[in-house]
Write a protein that binds this ligand. Sequence first.
Ligand code: AMP
Ligand code: ZN
Length: 483
Amino acid sequence: MPLRLYNTLTRQKVPFKPLDPLSVRLYACGPTVYDHLHIGNGRMLIVFDVLFRLLRHVYGEAHVKYVRNITDVDDKINARAAERGVDIRVLTDEMTHVFQEDATALGCLPPTAEPRATDHIAEMIALIERLIAKGHAYVAENHVLFDVPSMPAYGKLSKRPLDEMIAGARVEVAPYKRGPMDFVLWKPSIPGEPGWESPWGHGRPGWHIECSAMSWKHLGETFDIHGGGIDLLFPHHENEMAQSCSAFGHDIMAKVWMHNGFLQVEGEKMSKSLGNFVTIRELLTTDKFGGRSWTGEVLRLAILRTHYRQPIDFTVKALEEAEETYEKWFDAISSAAHLLTTLGMDDNAQVPDSVLQPLQDDLNTPAVIAVLHELHAKARANYRAASQLNASLEILGIHIPDKDFLKGYFRAAPWPDDQSDGLNNDVAYLAYMDDIERLRTARNAARAAKNWAEADRIRDELAAMGIAVKDNKDGTTTLERKR
Ligand code: AMP
Ligand code: ZN
């Protein structure tokens, strides 16, 4: 089945045909770096990372470009930098560093390019000059404004009724605007605010022109997919499209527009005033959410349980369930990895079609996860299912530690050399490991109940299977192959 994506522009799910299959181009609106990212931003990072991974799988790693910008000039940044008494670059460098570490912890690949707005002021100025020259923008009181009525297709993306758009635009009523919906491309900076020299005086860019300039520079005048959270549909994406189409004279900026749904926390909109605002960093390193910290893998799996276009309710319960699932899968994969290493076999499992199909159907990750549960159920008796589970988790970006680590993890159930002739298939081996695991659990329970006689009996039973038991000072038990 070919890849199908829901296009917000046409409100339809259609087969995806890249403009150039040798260079598939994706742009997503990245964060404004004035503070640590919240988990809603994390959703956007994860969703477009899954898309990036899938495109790489379908078209080849060398043939996909993913650009995710960093907005590092913005009123919120100015206010925060002033509050802290630092230069905006100091603040945005620090926040960019934290954000990149968070994205890595969430299992996101580095995009092909991560342009910063302030490194593209020249491109923004060039684009604005083009818009003025073509009659799509005008200068008024040191501002440059986009002339919305000059673009008849305006509103095509967000499909908002005109009166709603006018009402939305009225938030910024300014006497120098010719039309109520006209929006700022360039504005003056007062002393103390960051600014750059331009043909219209010392000033700074409007937010929307940043993305038109950065996508142009890194992906060209038109490209395949433009993404971001649904909050950006209007006015940000509508305005980006108006700018790029008007400047370059094309009908489209991107062929497909994709929007992830919003994330809310325990049934409520996330907000600082409600006290339910939680950053990725806090989830990873503090006990603020649910009284404990969570791994990036669990956060990612919890997010992917919901289809990307649906709203997500982010709850402690969902994280607990995701963790339980991750641990089950981890155990199955580590057993299989151990088995393969022991048998000297290569793990060359591919992502099965049963996983690719729902993933290619507009990134239906909940359906993918259902298939992964089926693979896991088979994995007990079939290491190939476990290997396929592993390959499938890789395309979802859910990290399972590498084989060397897994070998160590599974040292508790070593392959019995003296019995290996009789155990030449994986079913028998897994049954053998199950027995050991069952005995280990039973012995721990006996020890907890201070039933020393039973604990000793189980130790002897394990010894007969070639396993030595070592009780550690901290209460844990290590199993080792008897030498
Ligand atoms: P911002 O830094 O607010 O511009 O957001 C960066 C990215 O995260 C954008 O693509 C937003 O659409 C997205 N985003 C922001 N808040 C949320 C949320 N609560 N749920 C999902 N996506 C969000
Ligand atoms: Zn943007």
